[in-house]
Design a protein around this ligand. Sequence first.
Ligand SMILES: *Cc1c(COP(=O)(O)O)cnc(C)c1O
Length: 410
Amino acid sequence: MSDSLHPDSLAVHAGRDDLRRLGVHAPPIDLSTTYPFESLDAAVGSLDAMMAGGGPTEAGGAIYSRLYNPTVGRFEEGLAALEGADAAVAFASGMAALTAIFLAAKADHKRHVVGVRPIYGTTDRLLTSGLLGLTVTWTDESGVADAIQDDTCLVMIETPVNPTLDLIDIAAVAAVAAVAGEIPVAVDATFGTPVLQQPLRLGAALVMHSATKFIGGHGDVLAGVVACSEAWAERLRQVRILTGANLHPEAAYALHRGLATLPLRVRRAQETASALATHLVAHPGVGAVYHPSVAGRDPRGLVGTQMAGPGAMLSFEVLGADGAADGPEAFAAADGFLRSLRLATPAVSLGSTDTLAQHPAGLTQRVSTGEARSKGGITTGLVRVSVGLEDADDLWADLRQAIEQGRRQD
Ligand SMILES: *Cc1c(COP(=O)(O)O)cnc(C)c1O
């Protein structure tokens, strides 16, 4: 697919180059777990190529679907095009993708990761637990240079940050990591999507998405994906072959289909999120509103440079009957808000066609270690909203009635 095409065109066409030749319009779903081979020689050649992290040979074929699946390959091609990457490698979940990044980055004498907090709670736990044989130093964006050691193999960041939607300066972190010894930077860009930011263009070595979220976009697929150079992709494919965290071809089909509407969905939801943020700022029952479109929430002006827009995620504090954003009354108001929603769904996760609302202090941040949780302004009144594709006025009417209803139920 030509690099000169606009991303919106790539979203619709990438990974579909051969369809006309095949005489079909929709990509075929290949469910084979095993593949017949013509000759042993050809099969051995293909197996060797894949064990080394490459693709199957033309003559030898895919051999076995833990090594390669063409439907998964189509989605990977599409996603790589949107990230401006050489390659992408898909996994059974976002956590499987992160695990593969950590295992691929780990080297004999380099087993230390610098992690920038806050970060997705399960990522925090995975690194803190030592499960993968890695040690971690947690820091904030300004502490990356000091946290890098001789045995550092990776700097891990996430932006936009959950649930405050703060933006980390990817180019600045990548520059620091490069000076410190060409340390690769991995970015969890789940909240930003490739529509709004392409971290590889800013110096990151790896960009990762929980494709469960905006990329799948319909709340019905669990998946993860990493976009990177071909050299990194080879290491990630080797990890995938050995650990077996493969994406199912039917899930890959749904994700590939989801890419076609990703730009439209993200831009529309983002526009609605900005409108809701404006309403929320003006509402007397609401405390802090977290969205990069809100005055003061993007102090370095990264919207418009690093990110093409403020995104479709927002958080805000429902104030308790006592007027406080934290404490038992705020908790009751947030609980009442979630129970009073009629159009939006009280649920974790994000990036679906419909609007989802959840309570970070009670749910998603609970997974983080206590130390990580106590920082970052996560009050008991804070709710996070993943804005969907409903009409903006209908959504505001729902949020407003739920805020007012929730505070009355106190
Ligand atoms: C959901 C999520 C993950 C984990 O992805 P799964 O697909 O649930 O395994 C990682 N990072 C972020 C930012 C997420 O939102």
